[in-house]
Design a protein around this ligand. Structure first.
Ligand code: UD1
Ligand code: UDP
Length: 384
């Protein structure tokens, strides 16, 4: 049996891990023993526990309970706590997802003690190093042994950084292997879509009909921590509901909740939070979230995951950032990078109101990325 440690910590990683754990359970139970380590980066019930229940994610081996803090505090705390468990488990490899502080903490800790690192969602780049995530993902890629890229663009990014694209067996940190495998979140969205339809009652609870609302999420530090940007976003939302018939459903990330209530001018916050057409709700579970995505008319977001899900569920998307890692959905005309520019946002809005004939080529694979990833992990580690 191969021992594989999976590191999770932030909400999107917990959600992503469901796809790999499901693939192990369904097809590779006799090959891999998975040890999930939760760093505790996210800890509220609706940012963590809810996903374990509804997505049937195995209970973590340990929760390091690191919690919130500055980048250095959080990353160092995770590294320190993780090292001890690595010695206990004696793992064959460690799997990390995405680009958070949990990702980089695990990548650095493991690569330095010679445990091969497997990076799922490798190769993504915003080319904006003022994003903490860009630093996390570049460094994680460069200490990884197996790099699983969700898109062709991600593969090309790695090639430009000097990665050799010829797959080797067995790989090591000096001779890493790069794979184009599709997106495990496409697997998850398709897998849970039917379940969401059957089990989620969010539309009834919020008294919403399909297509009468816009789903919005905001949590990037660049939006929540800069007051002028926060104000621009709120003004866009208010103008939207006052000009068009749509309502806005806004599941609020705890970081956003804190900054909205503490830093927005009081009058604006009151107007926003009590507006009859703006429905603020706590962070949603995954089934409720994809039910909202499937039934929304449009999606407005700065989230990486939600951008992709807008594409999976064929909803035009307004990206409130100055760039995106998911460039395919923009170049294909399914999403617009609006930043927090009101004119750009409303010009794009008018465009999508008139143009509903969008195409959705399969940029994110066939829904079987997780099976492919686990199969390659087994193949690689058995040859090591
Ligand atoms: C983190 C990731 C980001 C990812 C996001 C997903 C980093 C650098 N950032 O951002 O890439 O897109 O997760 O959601 O790793 N908080 C709570 N309860 C929680 C979690 C957080 O109240 O369960 C509050 C705390 O005030 C905390 C703040 O949110 O200080 C930010 O949390 P943190 O995990 O540091 O960063 P995120 O903004 O969530
Ligand atoms: N998500 C969720 N509930 C919410 C908001 C998001 O379940 O209230 C899910 C969303 O469907 C996606 C993932 O969380 O699968 C994206 O995580 P997030 O936006 O926190 O981070 P990012 O993807 O930007 O790193």
């Amino acid at each position: 049996m191969l021992k594989l440690i999976t590191i999770i910590g932030a909400r999107p990683q917990i959600i992503k891990s469901a796809a790999i754990s499901r693939a192990i359970k369904n097809h590779f139970q006799s090959d891999i023993e998975e040890y999930i380590i939760h760093t505790g980066q996210h800890y509220d019930e609706n940012m963590s526990e809810v996903f374990f229940e509804e997505m049937e994610i195995p209970k973590p081996y340990i929760n390091l309970q690191i919690g919130s803090g500055s980048h250095a505090q959080q990353t160092a705390g995770m590294m320190n706590a993780l090292e001890k468990h690595l010695q206990e488990i004696q793992a064959d490899a460690l799997l990390i997802y995405g680009d958070t502080n949990s990702t980089i903490a695990a990548a650095l800790t493991c690569s330095k003690i010679g445990i091969p690192v497997i990076h799922v969602e490798a190769g993504l780049r915003s080319f904006n190093k003022s994003m903490p995530e860009e630093i996390n993902r570049i460094l994680s890629d460069h200490v990884s042994t197996l790099l699983f890229c969700p898109t062709q663009t991600a593969v090309e990014n790695l090639k430009k950084e000097g990665f050799d694209l010829n797959i080797k067996y067995p790989s090591n940190i000096d001779n890493p292997s790069v794979y184009h495998c599709g997106d495990i979140m496409y697997d998850n969205s398709m897998f849970f879509s039917q379940k969401a339809m059957e089990q989620s009652s969010i539309l009834q609870k919020l008294q919403l009909n399909s297509d009468e609302f816009i789903l919005a999420t905001i949590h990037r530090n660049n939006n929540t921590d800069i007051n002028e940007r926060l104000v621009s976003i709120v003004e866009i939302f208010l103008h939207l509901v006052e000009t068009y018939s749509y309502k806005i459903v806004f599941p609020i990330h705890p970081r956003t909740q804190k900054n909205f209530s503490e830093n927005l001018p009081k009058e604006l916050w009151n107007k926003f939070s009590t507006h009859p057409k703006i429905i603020c709700i706590p962070p949603a579970g995954f089934l409720d979230m994809i039910q909202l995505e499937r039934n929304a008319k449009y999606i407005v977001t700065d989230s990486g995951g939600v951008q992709k899900e807008s594409y999976f569920f064929k909803k035009p998307c307004f990206i409130l950032r100055s760039e995106t890692e998911w460039v395919e959905i923009v170049t294909n005309g399914n999403a617009v990078v609006c930043d927090v520019n009101k004119d750009l946002f409303f010009n794009s809005f008018q465009y999508f109101e008139k143009n509903q004939n969008l195409t959705y080529p399969p940029f994110f694979g066939d829904g079987k990325a997780a099976d492919f990833i686990v199969q390659e992990i087994v193949k690689q580690l058995k040859k090591c």
